[in-house]
Design a protein. Structure first.
Length: 139
């Protein structure tokens, strides 16, 4: 049986006067190609209903444990949020923003999970690992 996930993803990235709006949009779509983008005053906003490509990047970069920690740290009720460095996103890489704010600003991501639970969706995006290898669920 295939699991069905119902999620709403909101993405926001600032566009500074020194930046080209199209490049900021490219940074967002590099990580979230499923997102429908809108240009607002000084920002790019996006909405999506899937994080499949983002999950593939987490697997490819072998940062599942880091991602899980960020997702669970940002968990609140039926949602979770995290921030990403915009400069890394320009290059198609996931780099979570922790500590000092990035000079180019950060891509803020908020994920509301309707089905299943947040924990189950996090397991789908970034499964638990053992020695860096995803653990396959029993069954």
């Amino acid at each position: 049986m295939t699991d069905i996930y119902r999620v709403d993803v909101e993405i926001t990235a600032p566009v500074y006067d020194t930046e080209v709006t199209a490049r900021v949009a490219d940074a967002v779509t590099n990580l979230f190609p499923e997102a429908d983008l809108e240009e607002g005053l000084g920002e790019i906003r996006g909405r999506a209903h899937s994080l499949d490509h983002f999950s593939e990047l987490l697997h490819r970069q072998e940062i599942l444990d880091t991602a899980r920690a960020e997702f669970f740290d940002g968990r609140e009720d039926g949602s979770f949020g995290f921030s990403l460095k915009k400069a890394a996103a320009f290059e198609g890489r996931v780099n979570f923003a922790v500590g000092e704010p990035d000079e180019l600003g950060e891509i803020a991501v908020h994920v509301r999970v309707d089905e299943p639970s947040v924990a189950e969706y996090v397991d789908h995006l970034a499964p638990p690992t053992e020695d860096g290898t995803p653990i396959e669920p029993d069954g």
